[in-house]
Design a protein around this ligand. Structure first.
Ligand SMILES: [Fe+2]
Ligand SMILES: [Fe+2]
Length: 296
């Protein structure tokens, strides 16, 4: 049985200036189809073929090296007991905003802004109110960084562990350094799972999706929970690399994951209303679905 490599200090394991670099790179890999359709000379289109910055590449190297089956088991045990902190959601947003990178004066897009832009775009399109709430909380799991987790254990595309890594995952070559790469069971197509066993039985690489799913699982409809749990699972919702583990039910529910994804990626809005203006609506929405305090 494998053992985890010696942990390094978080700073060494966190090569990106901030978590947004991963999302900016996602936009290069999956540019907004509307932008491409209207103007093929836009930055978004040009960037598609551009190599990612070295920091992002280094981030994936670490992510793919260390996200092993045993690592995921250990993190689930460590965080899914939710015994670290308890606070009202409004305090949690303040907490999340501590992630803003002070060294970049150009960015006023703190974490809260991204959440509001996502939720407001969903609201504008007339989707159910629980989906607006999904937009508001979907990245809440990034508070893992504030508990000292390195970037590669918080963000990044997610993928199943305990079975073969797909070559459709970004930078698949970095998996050769993973402890499980040559494991007699974990390196096989189905690994520890059964064909089409359903994703609920499958452990995905550890990060903010799985964490926020468990945080919210008693409060939101199942469609919303799929959006939370699999929003970074690009290898499936964009590349269909793991159909062999999906159940019929997963396939039906992934329509909701796909519906959510453009709001996460393409909802940047320079004319976003202020939090002060929006707060009354969101206070009512949160009170409708969530308890007075959340456990972390
Ligand atoms: Fe996210
Ligand atoms: Fe997001």
């Amino acid at each position: 049985m494998s053992t985890d490599p010696t942990p390094l200090p978080a700073a060494i394991h966190s090569p990106m200036a901030n978590l947004d670099e991963w999302e900016e790179d996602l936009l290069k890999r999956y540019p907004d189809p509307e932008t491409i359709a209207t103007d093929k000379s836009t930055d978004a289109f040009r960037n598609y073929a551009a190599p990612p910055r070295d920091t992002v590449k280094e981030f994936y190297r670490l992510n793919h090296t260390y996200q092993s089956y045993d690592f995921v088991m250990q993190k689930e045990k460590e965080f899914l007991g939710f015994a670290k902190k308890e606070m009202p959601i409004w305090k949690a947003f303040d907490f999340l905003n501590e992630l803003v990178d002070d060294s970049d004066p150009d960015t006023d897009l703190d974490q809260m802004q991204h959440l509001l832009q996502t939720s407001e775009a969903i609201r504008r399109d007339g989707h159910p109110d629980w989906m607006v709430l999904v937009g508001l909380v979907h990245d809440m799991g990034k508070v893992l960084c504030l508990f000292g987790e390195p970037q590669w254990s918080v963000v990044g595309d997610t993928f199943p562990v305990g079975c073969a890594y797909s070559d459709k995952i970004v930078f698949p070559e970095f998996f050769t350094a993973n402890l499980d790469y040559q494991h007699p069971i974990y390196s096989t197509r189905y690994g520890v799972y059964e064909p089409n066993c359903g994703l609920d039985k499958v452990h995905l690489s550890w990060g903010h999706d799985e964490y926020v799913y468990h945080m919210m699982k008693n409060y939101l409809p199942q469609e919303g929970l799929y959006m939370l749990r699999y929003h970074s699972f690009y290898a499936q919702h964009r590349e269909h690399a793991y159909d062999h583990l999906m159940s019929e039910h997963d396939h039906a529910m992934f329509k909701w994951v796909k519906l959510f994804n453009p709001y996460d990626l393409y909802s940047k809005n320079p004319n976003q209303k202020s939090w002060q203006e929006l707060r009354p609506y969101y206070e009512d929405l949160v009170a409708k679905y969530l308890p007075a305090t959340l456990k972390f």
